[in-house]
Design a protein around this ligand. Structure first.
Ligand code: HEC
Length: 423
């Protein structure tokens, strides 16, 4: 399989000027991060029309059902967040110059990002456009820009230029999210001499958040946030509750860059890429061979991520500043005893139960049936303890059982064998 993609991988790498980081993400799809040919059949990414939240919002605007209000300082941002159900408490601030609008980003004027289960929204004070991505169940991530100088009405433009950065090995070879921790100089310019880390829930805290601001506390644990320039590991910057002295906060909705929101975002972006990749690879395999037997390792890696089997351990309590944690946990769905896959732990791990809430999203349900059924069967075996391979021994039997019980009550359309208790 690899050789078929060797040349496109090389060309893409050259075109994008990417450096392949040795040994990176070996455990994701066994290192097979080659670009998936997503513009060919059966995916044909650029030929399809998205059916995600932005298209639905455009239809509501066109029919007069909704009208967005333009704010003199924040443009379309507040109305857009409200309309799409994205909480301002999810605000995270990133100051590394890593965007299409890099010249507007600096440590004094960072980019703000907001997200919910399906949407990611980027805002830079003073920049002409907002950068938006949505999760489409069939297409993976779809990118838009929104002209923020045009006050008449919000015009969303699908933008394939974004794929230059958002579809490479760094986004698992599919249109998706890139997330890095990269040291910068005082102006926010990425410093190629310092190590960059790809960030997901496996990344140790000590390697995370270079190039980002972070508010909250992680106790004695170190991270790389809040510092630019040579002293980027200064311990005093670790547990900040205010960014007043660093950022010109006037052009933002809030004053914080919540640590818990960051942890959840770090998990979620990679989970979305994983789902897109599994969806695309399944469709391609079915199209070419009519079966999914060659995807065994991909499924293994997917399940390890879905169940947090390899997540980095927290060495002590993590607390945010915006109230994101409480709001996020409260969104449910909850079972009859009030438990939810969104219940955060934040002491030794991110969540209390070993299955990602992203399992409730339309994208998970849009994984082709042949693969979805297979994944659910394997997940059932893991959570019921029947699959006792080493990868899952780290997760406590009680936590597995709880996740199984929660899913049984809250996840729709589970196969019948999920309903029957084993004892
Ligand atoms: C020069 C490379 C580059 C280009 C081009 C680019 N981005 Fe990004 N984008 C990034 C990086 C890197 C991140 C991760 C956060 C960071 O480090 O700034 C990111 C993050 C994002 C996020 C936050 C969610 C996520 O994926 O982590 C959104 C939304 C986003 N970009 C939208 C866009 C849109 C829309 C376009 C096109 C108009 C675009 N980007 C073009 C590099 C780029």
């Amino acid at each position: 399989m690899r050789s078929q993609f060797q040349s496109s991988k090389l060309v893409t790498a050259l075109l994008l000027g990417l450096t392949v980081v040795a040994g990176w993400a070996q455990s994701d799809f066994q290192g097979a991060m080659h670009p998936v040919p997503f513009n060919e059949a059966p995916i044909e990414y650029e030929k399809q029309k998205s059916s995600g939240p932005i298209s639905r919002l455009e239809a509501r605007i066109a029919s007069g059902e909704t009208k967005l209000k333009y704010d003199p300082v924040l443009g379309w941002l507040p109305a857009l967040l409200e309309e799409l159900g994205v909480s301002h408490k999810s605000q995270m601030l990133v100051f590394s110059k890593t965007s299409l609008q890099r010249s507007y980003i600096s440590p004094r004027n960072p980019r703000a990002l907001y997200f919910n289960d399906e949407m990611y929204i980027g805002w830079i004070p003073g920049a002409p456009v907002m950068e938006i991505s949505e999760v489409d169940p069939l297409l993976g991530t779809v990118f838009y820009d929104l002209d923020n100088l045009d006050r008449d009405r919000p015009r969303f433009k699908q933008n394939t230029q974004c794929l230059n950065c958002h579809s490479s090995a760094r986004s698992m070879g599919v249109p998706g999210h890139v997330l890095r921790s990269i040291g910068t100089d005082e102006a926010g310019e990425p410093d190629q001499m310092t190590a960059a880390s790809e960030v997901n829930h496996r990344t140790p805290l000590a390697d995370r958040w270079a190039g980002w601001y972070v508010t909250g506390s992680a106790g004695e644990q170190t991270h790389r946030g809040n510092c630019a320039g040579p002293d980027a590991v200064a311990a005093k910057e670790r547990n900040r509750t205010s960014l007043d002295d660093l950022v010109n906060l006037e052009g933002y909705l809030r004053k914080d860059s919540d640590m818990v929101a960051m942890l959840v975002h770090d998990h979620q972006t990679h989970m979305h890429n994983f789902i897109t990749r599994l969806n695309f690879e399944t469709r391609i395999m079915m199209h070419r061979y009519g079966h999914i037997r060659y995807l065994r390792h991909q499924v293994d890696a997917f399940l390890r991520y879905l169940t947090f089997a390899e997540e980095t351990e927290l060495a002590g309590p993590v607390v945010g500043t915006s109230g994101f944690a409480e709001e996020f946990a409260d969104r449910g769905p909850k079972d009859s005893t009030g438990r939810s896959l969104r219940d955060l732990d934040l002491k030794s791990r991110l969540f209390q139960y070993p299955c990602s809430y992203v399992i409730y999203t339309p994208s998970f349900d849009a994984i082709p049936e042949v693969m979805r059924e297979h994944v659910l069967e394997r997940l059932h075996a893991i959570l019921s303890g029947e699959d006792d391979t080493e990868a899952y021994q780290r997760i406590s039997p009680r936590a597995k059982e709880a996740a199984l019980e929660i899913l049984r009550e809250t996840k729709k359309n589970l196969p019948d064998y999920w309903r029957v208790t084993s004892n």
